[in-house]
Design a binder for this molecule. Sequence first.
Ligand code: AMP
Ligand code: ZN
Length: 114
Amino acid sequence: MENCLFCKIIKGEIPCDKVYEDEEILAFHDINPAAPIHILVIPKKHITSLAHIEKEDENIIGKIYGVINKIAEEQGFKQDGYRVIVNCGKNGGQEVMHLHFHILAGKRLGEKIV
Ligand code: AMP
Ligand code: ZN
């Protein structure tokens, strides 16, 4: 997808601080961290948002949660816990229109909404 920031990161046109990569998934540190550890996990396929998931994408969503678990283990925050957030659309506060899962960790997180 042209003009998509995260597609440009996937293509290597924009650098990122990579945490994990396989054929379908990329994870990298958020440029503006909201917690001591703030990692974004994205599908390499351009999916605009959670609201744009098709039947064929459901597999990749499961895999992303598997990758999140693996990252938590490898980065050493699995034991202490973490929060996963997906902002969707205008009311959800989504700014980058390429589906991404925020992993927040490294401190006791406040502002619990739900
Ligand atoms: P959202 O508001 O859910 O769309 O989240 C977008 C996230 O992307 C924000 O937390 C930004 O800090 C992050 N972000 C924007 N540009 C970059 C970049 N070049 N590298 C890493 N993270 C970025
Ligand atoms: Zn994209």
